[in-house]
Write a protein that binds this ligand. Structure first.
Ligand SMILES: [Zn+2]
Length: 431
């Protein structure tokens, strides 16, 4: 009887705590909803929203101008120079290009308590020589990079222009950024530099990248990439038989790796592994002098990512030892391990004010906000526990990373208004 009573009261307590946390979450949501609504209802913001609509044509021209300046991976320089010039013309306190090629435009706040940053990436996935001329079919704009992320750049510029033209002062400092190296092998080198030792000291980060309006990225999908090469002396398949064989070692390494990684990734946070490319060797009757593979591993969890990485390194070591154990002649097999990519993972608590504000702002624009995990510039601050999100660039578009990429300016101004709202909620209007 006593036991039952105790169980009942624990059950009641759980019920009580459950409804209590739910109630506080709702109260919190209401609080940010009110904060955003009262921000949007100030004359300053209402006028700013109208201004954003009134410069829609100009924003569209900037968007096209920037799209037509090629920005292949590691070659963002020309576009960066132009972007810096356009930002500076808008009238911030200072604009500069940092030592890795990021563009920064700084606008001082009234009390300089914290530094809020808003950025878009300048690089595209398209190699040099790609035709980036914008083509029109009705109201659809076609060009490689038209959406991802050149529209984001146009938004950053429009937000700065609005603050300057409307003479909106903020309490905190704001910095407007175009980053390098977001795509592929760029390996986030732009944001890594911004959040590194020589960075400006950003306290809050808003990235504008991704389709639509509803999505908020608060989770960083981390990845680790390797290129692994086995090397031996090489020789005739018959005459030099008994030398170490790099291809045989590679085959074993893949077998050991995939066997263990397969089991490891079936449980816990989502984690993937992929041997994407292999190569090496010169002919069917030659013992190859090298054999290589490229591996991509991803996880939403830093621990899992480290785990799958260590399985890879162990497997390579084991395959190397196996092959050297079979050696009948010649020198030992060697392995060269190059880490060619590292994007950190992590997650920002959905209760963080930045995320709550973005959610409330998205609701104001009539959309249902969704939290998601992705690989964007925000990975770096997220992994460091710095409040960071990636919000959408609006309009409608698709076919990113393809030559048929397109974008339509369907209420494109809304994404600019959204970016402005989230920025002002973080930076606070000085009245
Ligand atoms: Zn992008």
């Amino acid at each position: 009887m006593k036991v039952i009573m105790m169980k009942t009261s624990i059950f009641m307590l759980i019920l009580f705590l459950g409804s209590y946390t739910e109630a506080t979450a709702q109260a919190d949501e209401q609080k940010y909803e009110n904060e955003i609504l009262s921000l949007i209802n100030t004359d300053i913001v209402k006028e700013a929203f109208e201004y954003i609509k009134s410069i829609d044509d100009e924003t569209g021209k900037d968007h096209i101008l920037l799209t037509e300046i090629p920005a292949p991976p590691f070659k963002e320089g020309v576009r960066a120079e132009k972007f810096a010039e356009m930002l500076q013309d808008a009238g911030p306190d200072k604009t500069w290009i940092d030592d890795v090629g990021n563009v920064l435009a700084y606008r001082k706040g009234k009390s300089s308590g914290k530094l809020v940053a808003i950025g878009a990436h300048m690089d595209t996935v398209f190699p040099e020589g790609t035709d980036v001329t914008v083509k029109y079919r009705g109201d659809t704009l076609f060009a490689p990079g038209i959406g991802d992320d050149t529209r984001g750049m146009a938004i950053i510029l429009a937000v700065l222009r609005t603050l300057e033209a409307q003479k909106i002062e903020t309490v905190n400092d704001v910095i407007f950024i175009g980053t390098v190296g977001e795509e592929g092998l760029g390996d986030l080198r732009g944001v890594k530099n911004l959040f590194g030792e020589n960075g400006p000291g950003i306290d809050s980060w808003i990235s504008v990248d991704g389709a639509g309006l509803a999505r908020i990225v608060n989770g960083a999908l981390g990845s680790t990439r390797y290129r692994i090469t086995f090397r031996g002396p090489g020789g005739h398949s018959w005459g030099a038989f008994g030398l170490v064989n790099p291809q045989h070692a590679l085959g074993r390494a893949i077998k050991y790796f995939t066997d263990e990684a397969e089991e490891y990734t079936r449980k816990g946070p989502r984690t993937s592994y992929n041997v994407g490319r292999i190569g090496g060797g010169t002919s069917i009757n030659s013992i190859p002098f090298d054999a290589w593979m490229e591996i991509d591993m991803r996880s939403v969890s830093p621990e899992k990512l480290e785990g799958v990485e260590s399985i890879l390194l162990k497997s390579v070591e084991k395959a190397l030892n196996d092959q050297n154990g079979m050696r009948r002649a010649g020198p030992e097999l060697k392995v060269y391990i190059d880490k060619v990519g590292e994007r950190p993972s992590g997650i920002i608590d959905p209760d963080t004010p930045l995320i709550q504000r973005a959610k409330a702002a998205i609701r104001y624009f009539g959309e249902n906000p969704t939290l998601s995990t992705s690989s964007t510039d925000s990975n770096v601050p997220i992994s460091m526990g710095i409040p960071a999100i990636t919000i959408g660039r609006g309009g409608i578009g698709a076919q990113n990373h393809s030559l048929d990429e397109w974008w339509i300016n369907k209420e494109g101004y809304k994404a600019i208004q959204l970016a402005l709202t989230v920025l002002l909620a973080e930076a606070e209007i000085y009245k």
